[in-house]
Design a protein around this ligand. Structure first.
Ligand code: NZQ
Ligand code: ZN
Length: 406
């Protein structure tokens, strides 16, 4: 196994009954919370009143900021940070999906460092890696997708420059997170399936590229993938089932907490680099949807370029019981079976279906190379240049959805 370090400082409270412990714990981060929400779903569903009641019961003052967009905009984060500074908040309580949690980390950083603008701090911009600290961040995730409730990352969008780029610091890792599946029964089918796609990607990005050195990471990752593959169709059929929602939620937290890659070779998250560039170009594109569109095309491109065929065949064997003596055959069968699963679950589309026309492919590929490759080719078990990225994008155009309405 390769050397690694794991640091997960987040206190995780799972389940309805853990509300009391979570809100009691919040008092240790200060007396004044900045409560951050998205476009209003948690308010309209009545969840926000419950959370506010918990805060009030413990005498925790709060300043509410409402209006974080999906793919959170830098300008909105700047506005929220200005309010947080004015109100002198002590810590952040993010109540929403990955976008709200990521925005809250960025707000926490701006307030701590007494800065006004987040965009200069993202990857690819001049002040990247210069942030000094952040107020404590706490979260209540309402999607099963990003694992932002435990990660060091915040992914920020800037529609003015068609950009989307991460900021990562150990001090962004949330101090405490309450995972309440009851807040997930309202998730629309689209957000549910997009989230499932994101969870899968967090485990299989490095499963594919990270080599054979860590069987524990492989078996762990297969467990997460298997759970999602089995559970997504069930939860789409029975969206109000809290037990199924809980399985998806816990799978999402398990999928991106660094244990899933421990002992393998560290390799870039290529699909994420490509997808962030896509949803930077079109901020209405959900992250998980963009990833799902890329999977089959990326896998086929890897096989055509003779890369990691053994690992793709292994995924087929472990996830779909595909057995063959020929790795190429096994890998191809894995992709075909996985495409069927994507199709059955409403996740099989072309980039042009989500308003990313082929004429934009070269521009988006250039963005990926500039921001995520630092101006150089990407590394996907070998060089992946601008032309290769365009080829992957072009391959998605062969994916015609056959089963239901998009
Ligand atoms: O804005 P509201 O009204 O809250 O509605 C949201 C939004 O429209 C809605 N929603 C959330 N919870 C709901 C709900 N609707 C009904 N019931 C609920 N319980 O869902 C929509 C999507 O929300 P969003 O937060 O954008 O989705 P997601 O959780 O998938 O987050 C996506 C963002 O996270 C980033 C992505 O790039 C993207 O910007 N990521 C963050 C990562 C991290 N911090 O480590 C890693 C990921 O790979 C990812 O890149
Ligand atoms: Zn992701």
């Amino acid at each position: 196994m390769n050397s690694f370090e794991v640091h997960i400082p987040t206190r995780i409270y799972f389940g309805k009954e853990k509300a009391y412990d979570f809100f009691d714990q919040l008092r240790s981060y200060g007396a004044h919370a900045m409560l951050v929400i998205g476009g209003g779903s948690v308010k309209n569903l009545g969840y926000l009143d419950e959370v506010i009641a918990h805060l009030e019961k413990r005498g925790i003052e709060y300043t509410l900021f409402e209006g974080i967009e999906p793919n959170p905009h830098a300008a909105t984060i700047d506005k929220a940070a200005a309010l947080g500074k004015e109100k002198d908040v002590d810590f952040l309580l993010a109540f929403g999906g990955g976008s709200v949690m990521d925005a809250s980390k960025a707000i926490a950083g701006l307030i701590h460092d007494n800065e006004t603008e987040i965009w200069p701090f993202v990857l690819g911009e001049p002040r990247n890696n210069t942030m000094k600290g952040a107020l404590p961040v706490t979260t209540i995730p309402t999607t099963a997708a990003t694992a932002s409730e435990v990660t060091a990352h915040a992914v920020i969008s800037n529609p003015d420059v068609k950009g989307k780029s991460p900021i990562s610091y150990p001090f962004f890792k949330p101090s405490a997170s309450w995972l309440n599946p009851a807040y997930h029964t309202s998730l629309p089918a689209e957000t549910t399936r997009d989230g499932a796609s994101d969870i899968l990607s967090h485990v299989f990005e490095n499963y594919v590229l990270g080599g054979n050195d860590s069987p524990p990471a492989d078996r762990y990752s297969e467990g997460v993938m298997q759970t999602v593959i089995e559970t997504l169709p069930k939860v789409l059929d029975d969206p109000e089932n809290e037990a199924l929602r809980g399985q998806m939620l816990w799978s999402s937290t398990l999928a991106l907490n660094t244990i899933q890659v421990a002992g393998r070779k560290p390799e870039p998250f290529i699909l994420h680099n490509l997808e962030h560039s896509l949803s930077g170009y079109n901020p209405r594109l959900a992250h998980g949807r963009g990833l799902a569109i890329l999977y089959p095309a990326y896998f086929k491109w890897l096989i055509e370029n003779d890369r990691v065929v053994d690992r793709l065949a292994l995924m087929g064997e472990k996830l779909f019981d595909i057995e063959t003596n020929d790795e190429y055959e096994g890998a191809a069968e894995f992709i075909a079976t996985f495409e069927e699963w994507l199709n059955d679950n409403g996740l099989y589309h072309r980039l042009s279906d989500v308003d990313i026309p082929p004429r934009a492919f070269p521009e988006i590929a250039s963005y990926t190379i500039r921001v995520y490759g630092g101006g150089n080719d990407m590394n996907a078990a070998g060089p992946l240049d601008k032309q290769g990225i365009v080829e992957i994008f072009e391959k998605t155009e062969e994916q015609v959805y056959e089963k239901a309405e998009y």
